[in-house]
Write a protein that binds this ligand. Structure first.
Ligand code: KIV
Length: 278
């Protein structure tokens, strides 16, 4: 039985205990994160740039989201914490109408998601969020830097002026009103995230938004140092890129030099059989 994402975030808001969310895309990583004590997993459409080789999230399709949600769901179920909730991104233009949002959210839920996330707070998005929550789909919003609309942005940091900060605060309130159980705040000044967190009764989930949000989310590849690029808002808890490229270079060198495979990596025939065979 799954922990309800709504319950998880509501209790955390009440108790003040931080929720840890990790964005990732495959079964072994999902099991690893669940075993490490993550409270919830996001199957983020950041998969577009992080593992699919695109230069953003716009190219990510429903089919990709379904494929990876199923994989993550299998990984979580195989872990020591099989009940932690999975939130999946509704990808670019998958919620242009409330009908599309409902159909695509249902597909993600059937693939193993326990909630969906959508970006923005314009009238269409708020309507989609409202319809989904009325249908019983837990919805997380996403404001600040919203990669699906990155073509409209001049810079990455959002909410630096009074006016821009107020737009984020008002948008978050509209999403709360629409029934969302939480809202991601991406790359906004800490002061903005702190005020939004203080004024909302639902949880905020920060990424590049300072220490005061109710939850924190990072992409797993960033936190283990697998992404070649160092991001200011992420902390690298390992240098996996260096470690893994060293291991791969060792393998190449050993195969070329005859060091791999060794006797311990193979099998011999039964000696009598070998005699009659040769
Ligand atoms: O797609 C993603 O991984 C996200 C997080 C960065 C919040 O939306």
């Amino acid at each position: 039985m799954n922990t309800s994402p709504v319950k998880l975030f509501r209790q955390a808001k009440k108790s003040g205990e931080k929720v840890v969310m990790i964005s990732l895309y495959d079964a072994p990583t999902a099991a690893l994160a669940a075993d490490a004590g993550a409270d919830t997993i996001l199957v983020g459409d950041s998969m577009g740039n992080v593992v699919l080789g695109y230069d953003g999230t716009v190219a990510v399709t429903m089919e990709s989201m379904l494929h990876h949600t199923e994989a993550v769901s299998r990984g979580v179920r195989s872990s020591e914490n099989p009940g932690i909730p999975i939130v999946s991104d509704l990808p670019f233009a998958a919620y242009a109408t409330a009908g599309q949002a409902a159909e695509n959210a249902a597909r993600l839920m059937r693939a193993g998601a326990n909630a969906v996330k959508l970006e923005g707070s314009g009238p269409l998005v708020v309507e989609a969020a409202s319809v989904l929550t009325q249908l019983g789909v837990p919805v997380m919003g996403h404001l600040g830097y919203t990669p699906q609309s990155s073509n409209n942005f001049e810079g990455v940091v959002q909410g630096k002026t009074n006016e821009a900060a107020s737009l984020i605060l008002d948008g978050a309130k509209r999403l709360q009103e629409a029934g969302c159980f939480g809202v991601v705040l991406e790359v906004v000044p800490s002061e903005v995230a702190a005020r939004v967190t203080g004024e909302l009764s639902i949880s905020t989930v920060g990424i590049g938004a300072g220490p005061d949000t109710d939850a924190q989310v990072l992409v797993w590849h960033d936190l283990v140092g697998l992404s070649p690029k160092k991001l200011r808002f992420a902390r690298r808890y390992a240098e996996a890129h260096e470690l893994l490229s060293g291991a791969t270079r060792d393998f190449v060198r050993e195969v070329k030099g005859g060091g791999f495979p060794g006797p311990e990596n193979g099998w011999a025939m039964d000696p009598e059989e070998l005699e009659s065979w040769s």
